[in-house]
Design a protein around this ligand. Structure first.
Ligand code: SF4
Ligand SMILES: [Zn+2]
Length: 261
């Protein structure tokens, strides 16, 4: 498989994967979303909650707060040798606040000081005068397979678009229609010619082909080339997510080979 990066931001990565198959792309998609361990709040102990929100709602909100952690230092509870929870398999927090005022993710205080919130302005609740919360929370390592709060990324792929324009076959009227109908501005008209404006934005919806009667436009997907997108929804960077995806796929392939031999 060959990879070519085409767009990269802090949390997003888009690349072309060629000489591969839909099966491999789907495996990468699933592993990158659901098999990479991510730390998230699992247990919540409410000592006091006189906020307008039910205990369960507060607990649910805390579970959705992305946490920054050192992946090499944590094991899941199942993998850890301890029986009651230790600093290897749990990260403990406290959350104390008195009204009036907003309570946000940044108010969570890590017991060890080794885990932090990724974004500190996520609203948890609002407290009025004489209202307060006093909460203990424990975060554990798990994967998106277990719960979406442990999901590492949102990943997707599509066939690489192949767009063939026959300038002689397609009528002037059809050229205009095609430019108008495409929701992704893939085409442009230049000196009476239908040209590509942004081929990579094509989603293969086929709207353009269906809108005309001539055979002057063909849109298909390359069966061995794909556009793959990764958007991190955790503290892992998209590059880390891809690296871990490759490692996990490698391990899974080794297990299959082991079973077959
Ligand atoms: S298939 Fe859809 S997105 Fe692609 S060029 Fe045609 S209308 Fe635009
Ligand atoms: Zn432990």
């Amino acid at each position: 498989m060959k990879l070519e990066k085409i767009e990269g931001e802090d949390k997003k990565l888009k690349f072309i994967a060629s000489e591969t198959s839909p099966a491999m792309m789907n495996a990468m998609r699933r592993v990158s979303m659901h098999h990479i361990p991510v730390l998230a709040v699992e247990d919540v102990g409410i000592i006091e909650n006189s906020s307008p929100l039910f205990d369960e709602v507060i607990a649910q909100r805390l579970g959705q707060v992305p946490l920054v952690f050192d992946a090499d230092k944590f094991d899941s509870r199942e993998e850890c040798d301890c029986e009651e929870g230790c600093s290897n398999c749990e990260a403990r927090f406290t959350l104390k606040a008195e009204g009036p005022g907003k309570v946000v993710s940044g108010d969570l205080v890590s017991e060890s000081g080794e885990v932090d919130v990724l974004y500190d302005k996520i609203p948890i609740t609002i407290l009025d005068e004489n209202q307060a919360i006093d909460i203990e929370a424990t975060a554990v390592l798990s994967t998106g397979k277990d719960h979406s709060k442990h999901q590492a990324s949102i990943s997707s792929y599509q066939y690489y678009p192949l767009i063939d324009i026959d300038q002689d076959d397609i009528t002037e009227e059809e050229k205009k229609k095609v430019v108008e109908v495409c929701p992704r501005d893939v085409f442009k008209l230049k000196n009476g010619k239908l040209e590509l404006n942004d081929k990579m934005s094509c989603t293969l919806c086929n709207e353009c082909v269906e809108t005309i009667e001539s055979d002057g436009l063909v849109v298909t997907g390359d069966k061995e080339r794909f556009i793959f997108k990764v958007e991190s929804v955790s503290s892992h960077s998209p590059e880390e997510i891809l690296k871990k995806t490759a490692e996990i796929l490698d391990e899974k392939a080794d297990k299959v080979i082991e079973k077959l031999s």
